[in-house]
Design a protein around this ligand. Structure first.
Ligand code: AMP
Length: 562
């Protein structure tokens, strides 16, 4: 069975295509959003999802979130005394989604379509594939997130030649893409974004407003505990539905309170709202489109629930953006549609997807300018925002008399200075000795939808060829993948049916830390009662106690999925 997965920075989701439509897979807690969070428990135990997210405040040094940002790098994330590669942490999240899908479907799941941001480079894409492999999933395809959003909104069912602008404001990033549907082909025409703008920044604005108004003393302990963030996050969500929110925090036996109106919030967030414009303008410019020429504007990502974001987009385009699908779920639904396409579900008509290259690929050259040789110039062979798969040829010649070898330094990026772009690989070809400028080679770059780059070099005079497939330096090789698999196998992840209990206990511990006096005593009592029920090992008793425990906790705390 093939499933669709949105492996997000904040939350991840799985979806399957059943009975002619995408369906979201609930996790053990009955939620469709699983926080992309991992925490190291005692011994070899690992905690994944909402229970791990709860531990961010109680066990900050053992808990990791937002590791998607490190994908494709060698950065190691330290959890207690162990360290993990970002693809290993992602694999733990994927495994949990796989188990949820298997329980939902009642059959094993071995394959997945996983979505990635359109701007993900080769290393990041490769790391995502490896994460799938480590989770026991064959990654049938990596699908660009905006393309998934377009599929969820039925771009492919529109009249021919329609364009969509996908605006995705998630927890930590802002992505804008122009999609085009033409002649049965869906294509990302352009993508732009701001990797430092997201819903979290808006919560930050509310944190500052609250501190100013409630006169909460600056304290590292409060900041580290995440309690202030939680109050701000809750208020931000309330302000999406109401015009006013009461923010309240208990610190050192004192209650700090402030009321914030939606107007106050929107005014204070003015600068963030302004930053939404630039990437939109750049994506339109790259796609050579005017705002008025767009067919639809689609909103994706939880943070587009904020009215100010919707209004700003509506004003920019003089029309109401589409958001009939829950913005957190759109990408996972699109991934399930793509999975159905792959498995040729009869309910989905054949459509062809193409994506664009998110960045330029080329080589470093030395050029003669005004009679002088200038080195370290970047010569793009495939330019950014071209549809993939793509194959392009560049022709390069020798710079010295009787030059014996030509060294190709292959780079990715947008800087005119070659060395400022990301180094992907080196390839050497022998040249037939000739005067400078007369020995020449054709360099062909072929880039496929899964982000593999094949470089073929051919000396034109002799037809001699060399080629290479570029794999990122920091991608894991086969032995490393095998080692990582063995390491992950040794870890104990709580079975699905224990996850709810684990989450309730972690949430109670976090609340205990946040509260004082009578509330603490009550939480202590509830924990004791629940532990007694767990000891009984009687399923009915445990279920009943869990329900009571959850209600009791909810009387103190909203317990949203972040
Ligand atoms: P995503 O990465 O799509 O899951 O988006 C997560 C972001 O959406 C987080 O910053 C959340 O705070 C934000 N978010 C979720 N629900 C709401 C809401 N009702 N109002 C405002 N922001 C929200």
């Amino acid at each position: 069975m093939l499933i669709g997965i949105d492996l997000g920075t904040t939350n991840s989701l799985a979806a399957v295509f059943r009975d002619g439509a995408p369906q979201l897979v609930p996790n053990a807690l009955g939620h469709v959003l699983t926080p992309s969070a991992v925490s190291a428990g005692d011994g070899d135990a690992m905690i994944v999802g909402l229970a791990a997210r709860e531990r961010l405040s109680t066990h900050p040094l053992r808990t990791a979130t937002a590791f998607k940002r490190w994908m494709g790098t060698d950065h190691l994330v330290q959890l207690g005394d162990r360290s993990f590669r970002p693809e290993e942490l992602s694999a733990l999240v994927l495994r949990s989604l796989k188990a949820d899908a298997e329980s939902f479907l009642g059959e094993p799941v071995h394959e997945a379509v996983i979505t990635v941001p359109a701007y993900f480079n080769q290393a990041q894409r490769q790391a995502t594939k490896t994460a799938g492999e480590l989770a026991g999933l064959r990654v049938e395809r990596l699908l660009n997130e905006p393309t998934a959003a377009g599929l969820a909104y039925g771009l492919q069912e529109r009249s021919d030649h329609s364009t969509f602008l996908v605006v995705d404001l998630g927890g930590g990033t802002f992505d804008v893409s122009v999609l085009e549907y033409f002649d049965g082909v869906v294509q990302v025409r352009a993508s732009a974004g701001d990797t430092r703008l997201g819903g979290e920044d808006f919560a930050g604005v509310l944190e500052r407003l609250f501190v100013q108004r409630s006169e909460l003393p600056p304290s590292e302990a409060i900041r580290r505990s995440g309690a202030l963030w939680r109050v701000a996050e809750q208020a931000k969500r309330e302000l999406s539905d109401r015009h006013e929110a009461l923010m309240r925090l208990v610190h050192e036996e004192r209650v700090y309170e402030a009321t914030v109106t939606r107007a106050d919030f929107e005014q204070a967030a003015g600068e963030l709202v302004q930053r939404l414009r630039r990437p939109i303008e750049r994506a339109l410019m790259d796609a050579r489109l005017q705002a008025g020429e767009l067919g639809e504007v689609v909103l994706v990502g939880g943070a587009t629930r904020m009215p100010i974001v919707r209004q700003t987009i509506a004003r920019l385009f003089q029309r109401l953006p589409l958001r009939t699908i829950n913005p957190d779920e759109t990408i996972a639904r699109g991934a399930a549609i793509q999975a159905a396409l792959k498995s040729r579900d009869a309910a989905v008509d054949e459509i062809v997807l193409t994506d664009v290259m998110p960045y330029s690929l080329g080589v470093i050259v030395s050029e003669r300018i005004n009679g002088r040789q200038v080195s370290d110039r970047f010569s793009p062979i495939i330019e950014r925002n071209n549809p993939v798969p793509i194959s392009r040829v560049g022709n390069y010649c020798s710079v010295a008399d009787n030059q014996r070898v030509l060294k190709l330094d292959i780079r990715q990026g947008e800087s005119p200075i070659g060395s400022e772009n990301l180094h992907l690989g080196l390839l050497e070809i022998e040249l037939t000795p000739k005067p400078a400028g007369e020995a020449d080679v054709d360099v062909r770059f072929t880039y496929d939808a899964n982000g593999l780059l094949v470089v073929d070099v051919r000396e034109t005079s002799t037809g001699r060829t060399v080629n290479t497939v570029i794999r990122q330096n920091d991608a894991l090789d086969e032995t490393q993948v095998r080692d990582a698999l063995a390491r992950l196998e040794a870890l104990k992840v709580h079975p699905r049916d224990e996850q709810r209990n684990r989450y309730l206990l972690e949430r109670a511990k976090r609340l205990y830390e946040e509260r004082l006096g009578d509330e603490r005593a009550a939480i202590q009592h509830w924990i004791g009662q629940f532990e007694l029920a767990l000891d009984s090992q009687d399923r009915r008793v445990v279920d009943e106690a869990a329900e009571q425990f959850e209600k009791a906790l909810a009387s103190l705390d909203h317990g949203f999925v972040y």
